[in-house]
Design a protein around this ligand. Sequence first.
Ligand code: GCW
Length: 656
Amino acid sequence: MTMKRILISVLVLLMAGWSSAYGEDGSCLWLRLDTVNTTAMITGVKGTAMTELQTYWQGDPVVLKRQKGLAKDGYTIKSLNGKIVITAANDAGLLYGAYHLLRLQETGEPCDMLDIKEEPFYDLRILNHWDNPNGTVERGFAGKSIFLNPTPERMRMYGRANASVGINGTVLNNVNAKPEALSTESLQKAKEIADQLRPYGIRVYLSINFASPIKVGGLTTADPLNDEVVGWWKEKVNEIYKLIPDFGGFLVKANSEGEPGPQDFGRTHADGANMLADVLRPHKGIVMWRAFVYAPQSPDRANQAYLEFMPLDGQFADNVIIQIKNGPVDFQPREPYSPLFTAMQKTPMMVEFQITQEYLGAANHLVYLAPMWKEFFSFVKPASLRAMAGVANIGDDTNWCGHHFAQANWYAFGRLAWNPELTSKEIAEEWLKLTFSTLDTLNSQLLSVMLDSREACVSYMMPLGIHHIFAGSHHYGPEPWYNPRGVRADWTPPYYHRADSVGLGFDRTMQGSGNVRQYPDELCRLYNDINTCPENLLAWFHHVPWDHRMKSGRTFWDELCHKYDDGVHEARHFLAVWDAMQPYVDSQRFDEVQHKLRIQARDAEWWRDACLLYFQTFSHRPIPQDMEHPVHNLNEMMQFRIPITMYENPEYGYNK
Ligand code: GCW
């Protein structure tokens, strides 16, 4: 080899090392750490803490110390005579302490004179993957399941990412659980994943199909009070714990959207949940039983969970947690909180947030979700809950989440599950610094984009309390008119928006569906009166007359038009802010985010035009002069459908 060639090879190697170290394709998430030492991986959770520090920590020597008396998973970090001492009651605490230290280093915080004490707010901080055995992910917008062919490299990064924000549990499969999730072959696979995640302090859980005793076990019934059925579950659970000794437990979607459940056998949710809880108890396993239930014949879907679960309050075993979606309908851009949270007094509850953006622009829109989750916590006290679950937005895309900024939602979920008192701003700042370290000087503008993005999305999709007017099935884009023959009413937008010549919105007042009664008195009164109901929930609780006078002085119709238009302008502004970031962001991530923001700006316009032109056919009122007027044609938009399944992210939105 000539000298020149040798030099070129060295240069190429250096550059390859540089680009992978900086992870400019997004694969390193927020962990874009410089390797200072290559060390062999030491086993065990404490070993992971040591490996991480030896590989990436650049400051004073660190001592890891176990000490009784601290909270589980909590830690202290103290500077002491030229050393840093991380103390924790368990190994996971040491690992979380190590990541805290690395975070300080990476965000440029001072690392001398440390005196930190942290403990997690919730014991259980868990992701729910909606991954299917064939590798598709329900509402997954970032490719296929990472668990389909779990490579050690990918699992390691997944473990690190989760542990770095304190996530300590993961449900591997879809709540629409295929019975084969419990086959011996699948359990073997779950074991392999559990083995790979254990060093990161992450326990594995599974979603189960309630009819498994019939479908996997060949029994004639799955009645939870039947001895043979109980015996089958006992054996299955023993088999699981033999393979995965620290298995966490089951997540169950029962009697919901066609999934089997105890009601099929004349039993209650409590009968079903308690049977499984009894079987899991000797192994210290838990049951997370979902309250996401609604019935086609119900006059108001928002009422259903309360109606089914309130009579059972106090009847659940102590290792059952009822897992409730944040809102009473379904992960909409804005919903009031689910009234079950303040009604149930004698039952452990946990909240289920959706990190994947099923109803918030999938992996095409930049929507930072922490403000939405904080809004929930402004109504439901964090201390009234036992745990926090998040439906994961993770897939096998190189950048994990489809959109570089969607990584922020995974990050924020973990940080809030650790400490729900953190502000959206604190978390976004941290994430931005870690993820785009070169952006320092301009972060404030991007920070505002993140913080404003959820409200902007509400504005251009469904402002003022409008909800569930998405396209059928895949839920991408507007289809307020979607109402095909034979489809259940509560799966069509007109059920929710109820537009007519009088106005728009679902009457959930005392005169309407009575849903307001499920809230505490004060809120019930507030929501029941159209003049006191917060305007951002107006069409959620009221059928609002088109000429209803809003606080701005505008009519409801005019306000609606303006909100949609404001949303469009915000989406365009996000793009403009990003465009100005070009000199400071590596080219791949810059281009990829720009591509997405352009889609978002066009989609916002599509939403505004489709919704306003469609609702105008009921309101018969003009679009106000002082705003931009629709540029699309209603008929064309009504013909347009994106040909994707519920397992995909569309490449584009409206492209006519
Ligand atoms: O949000 C709806 C989704 C379904 C999902 C269901 C649920 C897993 O459209 O895809 O199914 O909720 O949460 O069970």
